[in-house]
Design a binder for this molecule. Structure first.
Ligand code: ADP
Ligand code: MG
Length: 356
């Protein structure tokens, strides 16, 4: 999903460009602080990274490269449709007697996925993969072909629904082995970007003052800006992603993620069906048009934003209100108008119009 980030993204070109500002005093007397910032394309989306080092002498480029490496590592592991990926190999192993031995990172993503599955009562469930492929929302798992999203018949749904359910997977954490039942598939598209953003930040956080990594709107923030200003994250208008609907002012140690129905969808009788599937029914979720979750980590925010999309306004807000340090903003469309719905503390995070 596309979120514009604060003011740093303004003017950054699409190709990787790295800017370094040194510690100077600007003409209006406001101190400016050293930072390194860049934009690139990874995990099928735009990646924005901003790092505030402790001082000007720090080797910011080194820290910047470390964040890119962490994202690349997760991309290599968790892209279901990449034939070289570890997840692809795991999916191919479905039904194997001895299970499949996975890396520490893949096991960690799967364990966090299981936590999110349990926390959301199954609304977040990466085993919807066979349905996602059948609807044509993702690349084909074996041929890599792209297909056009379309609806499924009741017979197709009946055949595929028994293959859904994360509780059918056995994770042997100590042995590092995953037992995936025959016919099942895992799609980590709803959590991998958040996980990669956290991994990228956590890998350098103790060596820098503050870092923000944004992978297509799944954002991890650690530490502070040297100026003491909050980190700003804009929520894009789902019907006109170039426009900003609201802006969040956040302190470090959090994650933000957005799911919207505007990137991948199909339409039947003028109704829009999104790429997020309700694992209970096998049908595309269609109650809301965009959800933004703020949580302690980007991994959790990413998983929760998908779950809230499935659960809809009242169940979604009820879930988030139970969780500490977690908020949600949901947009629905009624009579052509966008309506915002907030969890209990969400409005406090918004930048008021007069402060902009
Ligand atoms: P995006 O990747 O567009 O930011 P999400 O984080 O919501 O959005 O992830 C959506 C992707 O997750 C879908 O493209 C699909 O691959 C997968 N998915 C769809 N429905 C679910 C679900 N209920 N639980 C987990 N993953 C899902
Ligand atoms: Mg998600």
């Amino acid at each position: 999903m596309r979120l514009k980030i604060g003011f740093w993204s303004v003017g950054i070109a699409v190709v990787l460009i790295v800017l370094v500002l040194s510690l100077t005093v600007s003409s209006c007397g406001k101190k400016r602080y050293a930072f390194i910032s860049g934009t690139t394309h990874m995990m099928g989306t735009e990646v924005n990274i901003t790092i505030y080092p402790y001082d000007e002498e720090a080797d910011s480029q080194y820290f910047y490269n470390r964040t890119l490496e962490a994202i690349e590592d997760v991309a290599d592991i968790a892209a279901a449709f990449r034939q070289e990926s570890e997840l692809y190999a795991l999916n191919q192993s479905a039904g194997a007697d001895g299970g499949y031995t996975v890396s520490y990172t893949l096991m960690d993503i799967l364990v966090k996925s299981r936590e999110a599955y349990e926390l959301t009562g199954g609304a977040f469930d990466p085993t919807v993969a066979p349905l996602v492929f059948a609807y044509g929302f993702n690349y084909h798992p074996t041929t890599g072909e792209e297909s056009k999203p379309h609806s499924l018949t009741d017979e197709e749904l009946e055949k595929l629904l028994p293959l859904v359910g994360f509780d059918k997977i056995l994770l042997d954490e100590e042995g590092g082995v995953v037992f995936l039942p025959s016919g099942m598939n895992i799609d980590l598209g709803a959590i991998a970007k958040g996980y990669a953003a956290d991994l990228a930040c956590d890998g350098i956080y103790y060596s820098v003052k503050g870092v923000m990594v944004d992978i297509g709107g799944d954002i991890s923030i650690r530490g502070r800006k040297p100026s003491g200003d909050p980190w700003l994250v804009a929520i894009a208008d789902p019907r006109d992603p170039e426009k900003t609907l609201a802006e969040l002012a956040l302190t470090g140690g959090c994650g933000v993620a957005t799911s919207g129905d505007y990137e991948s969808y199909f339409e039947v009788d003028d109704e829009r069906y999104s790429h997020i599937i309700d694992p209970r029914t096998g049908l595309p979720a269609r109650w809301v048009i965009s959800t933004t979750v703020i949580a302690p980590t980007a991994t959790l925010a990413d998983a929760l934003t998908t779950a809230v999309f499935v659960l809809g306004v009242s169940e979604g807000i009820a879930l988030i209100d139970q969780l500490a340090d977690t908020e949600v903003i949901i947009y629905t469309e009624e009579g052509g108008e966008l309506i915002a719905h907030y969890s209990v503390g969400a409005e406090e995070l918004l930048v008021a119009d007069e402060e902009k």
